[in-house]
Write a protein of this length. Structure first.
Length: 389
């Protein structure tokens, strides 16, 4: 079958030649054929030379490149792609005896733009961010199972969260099996069917481990706690007391379950349904160690200014309230707030708080969330660990 061809305007082929995986609508000169959303298309320069093959979508990002050159997107393509993904995860240590929760596919970082796949034990959770990946979801699921060397028995499609309620939320392969889920030896309950994202914030694994090293004998505040990951790690390292706060009652219930699952059910932990800002106002000096890990305040560029102001307010509040020589772990997962802007925002918060602040660590996402050097936009998680004197 002859595929539609997207012809680029003169000069616009340069980004493709630099291996950037997005073709924007403004770069397109003409389209030969009538592709529908999700169709595979070829991308060519003005002279007709095929530069790339990818998924089409009538949107600002019109083509997401799957291969730089002319390729067939068939079962062999998917098998090779997922074989590489599994090989990379084995290289960086996943799965292991201590950790069977990891990201298998990180979109552009794995040359599969529009696709995220997280692994929980024997189940892979697929989340499609493009119509092209959603159209290919069954072939994707079957290839994941084939190339997993027996690890993956079930594949669940969670695309309803990204593509709307009419998409996903069912098993493509296998059925619901509740495994024991481990991260660095800690046990967690995972609700990948109805939980946020794919069920767990895997990208904070390394940062939770670092957080635990500062936790011994500390009074800890875990804000926007969701499943209580940071709280479990802190209690394991003998924190004096941990307060876990989230505005969601369901999140707090899950946090309590995870705390109990790991054997911490005494007075050392308190789970609270509350607004984070309101809670911090009445607890000046109560905490030696605070983590701020809010949801993305901005998902689009037009919301960036309001997001920056929100990040500044919450960081200023934490710096004003934390005990002397306290340590603050602060994060942004907003892709449109880059690393420099986030650092400048935290700096502005420190100035307004009137505290002396020094940076101890600069944090990012772990190795199973790789960033293509040609697609820096994939580095979405930013974090700072600061000492507040």
């Amino acid at each position: 079958m002859k595929l539609p061809i997207i012809y680029l305007k003169a000069g616009k082929e340069r980004s493709v030649q630099r291996f950037h995986p997005w073709i924007f609508s403004g770069a397109i000169d003409k389209i030969n054929g009538e592709p529908a959303d999700g169709d595979v298309v070829k991308v060519a320069d003005g002279g007709g030379n095929i530069l790339a093959t990818g998924h089409y979508q009538k949107a600002s990002i019109t083509v997401r490149v799957l291969f730089f050159g002319d390729a067939m997107i068939d079962n062999d393509f998917w098998d090779e792609a997922f074989a590489q993904c599994f090989a990379h995860r084995r290289t960086v240590g996943f799965p292991s005896k201590e950790t069977n929760i990891f990201r298998l596919v990180h979109a552009e970082g794995d040359s599969l733009p529009g696709l995220v796949v997280d692994v929980y034990g024997s189940t892979a959770v697929v989340q499609c961010h493009s119509h092209g990946m959603y159209k290919a979801r069954q072939a994707i699921a079957e290839s994941i199972v084939r190339k997993s060397d027996g690890l993956i028995k079930n594949v669940f499609d969670k695309s309803s969260e990204t593509l709307g309620k009419n998409a996903g939320n069912d098993f493509l392969v296998g059925e619901l099996i509740r495994d024991d889920y481990f991260e660095n030896g800690h046990r967690f309950l995972i609700d990948f069917q109805s939980g946020q994202k794919t069920g767990f914030f895997i990208d904070q694994r390394d940062n939770r481990e670092l957080f635990s090293r500062y936790s011994a004998n500390k009074n800890v505040l875990n804000t926007f706690c969701y499943t209580g990951g940071f709280s479990v790690y802190a209690l394991d390292k003998k924190a004096n007391h941990v307060d876990s706060i989230d505005s969601s009652k369901k999140a707090i219930e899950l946090t309590i379950s995870n705390i109990e699952l790991n054997g911490f059910a005494g007075e050392e932990h308190n789970a609270i349904v509350a607004d984070v800002m309101e809670w911090m106002k009445g607890n000046e000096g109560a905490y030696d160690l605070i983590v701020l890990d809010p949801p993305a305040f901005a998902k689009h560029m037009d919301a960036r200014h309001k997001a920056v102001q929100a990040y500044k307010r919450i960081n200023r509040m934490a710096m004003e309230q934390i005990a002397a020589d306290g340590i603050l772990f602060t994060f942004s997962c907003s892709q449109v707030v880059d690393r420099e802007l986030f650092r400048n925002t935290v700096t502005a918060a420190a100035i307004e708080a009137g505290r002396e602040v020094v940076i101890l660590h600069q944090l990012t996402q772990p190795a199973d969330h790789p960033v293509s050097i040609y697609h820096p936009e994939g580095e979405y998680l930013k974090g700072l660990v600061v000492l507040v004197r």
